[in-house]
Design a protein around this ligand. Structure first.
Ligand code: AMP
Ligand code: MN
Ligand code: MN
Ligand code: MN
Length: 279
């Protein structure tokens, strides 16, 4: 492990809701000086083979990953699986079940949009035409393209966000089940973007306790654009709950606010999750 290593353990390709193909993502990361990169698409490992091939060409270490949606006390929690075996039959079976849940939810959201006098069937067909795992981000893009929302964010504010007119809650599998999938595929589980959940400080602590008890390994201490103060708070929590620290941009698009591999310095008090993986 080297402190100088530029590491980004949370990124998306167009196999989920990112805009770059896996190989393009790796090439961009290499150009940005990233030396170790995890591709962590939502509930799919479909991009890992291409990403791995391209990483070899660029002399970049690819960490095979995935970002799995889980439920904890009625709250959706995103769990990163890092260093997973992308060929694990059990993981692939579990991710197919996640895709089924996603398509079922997409159908229900589009039915709600129809009730709101929007062309739900056409919007659903638009999402179905995109290869890969469907996310609300795809539908937000379709809403913007169809002129039904002014911006991507407005689509969430008006229709798709929690509590909004077309929101449909999903019963994702329980947190401990998802951690089990990741461990079963030889990976380590990390809680993604801990600041993004609407949880009280006490609930956040209970989440970390339950996660650690279930076999969870790490906390994404440095996430996207979150500042140093947030990273220090998360680092202290990680230490308290016996978790390693991870860093990730949650990169989706080159135009967005969270560029690949930038400002991802882990506070010194927490042990990096990559230490035991030869990085
Ligand atoms: P899903 O996993 O289908 O619920 O889609 C979630 C994805 O949509 C996230 O990973 C983000 O990329 C994006 N997203 C979720 N909420 C928002 C929001 N309020 N504004 C912009 N993007 C969002
Ligand atoms: Mn996303
Ligand atoms: Mn996420
Ligand atoms: Mn993500």
């Amino acid at each position: 492990m080297s402190d100088a290593l530029n590491i980004d353990l949370h990124t998306h390709s167009n196999c989920s809701d990112g805009s770059l193909g896996p190989a393009e993502l790796v090439a961009n990361a290499a150009a940005a000086g990233v030396q170790a990169l995890a591709l962590t698409d939502h509930d799919t490992v479909a991009g890992l083979e291409d990403a791995q091939r391209c990483a070899g060409e660029h002399g970049l270490q690819l960490v095979p990953g995935v970002e799995i949606s889980a439920s904890w006390r009625a709250q959706a929690i995103h769990v990163l699986g890092l260093w997973v075996d992308p060929c694990s039959p059990q993981l692939l079976r579990s991710l197919r079940a996640q895709a089924d849940l996603r398509w079922a939810r997409m159908g229900k959201i589009c039915a709600r949009l129809t009730k709101l006098k929007l062309p739900g069937a056409a919007l659903l067909a638009g999402v179905q035409a995109i290869p890969g795992v469907p996310t609300r981000a795809h539908l937000a893009q379709a809403l913007v393209a169809g002129g039904h929302a002014a911006t991507f964010e407005a689509a969430f504010r008006k229709y798709l966000g929690k509590g909004k007119s077309a929101h449909v809650a999903v019963e994702w599998p329980a947190l401990e089940v998802v951690v089990g999938w990741i461990c079963g595929a030889g990976g380590v589980a990390a809680i993604a973007h801990p600041a993004r959940y609407s949880l009280s400080a006490g609930a956040r602590r209970r989440l970390l306790g339950d996660f650690a008890a279930a076999g969870g390994t790490a906390l994404e201490v440095v996430s996207g654009g979150n500042g140093a103060q947030h990273a220090d708070t998360c680092a202290a929590l990680a230490v308290q709950y016996g978790l390693f620290g991870s860093v990730g941009s949650d990169f989706h698009h080159p135009q967005a606010w969270n560029p690949l591999g930038r400002s991802l310095k882990l506070p010194d008090c927490v042990t990096p999750v990559w230490r035991s993986f030869g990085l």
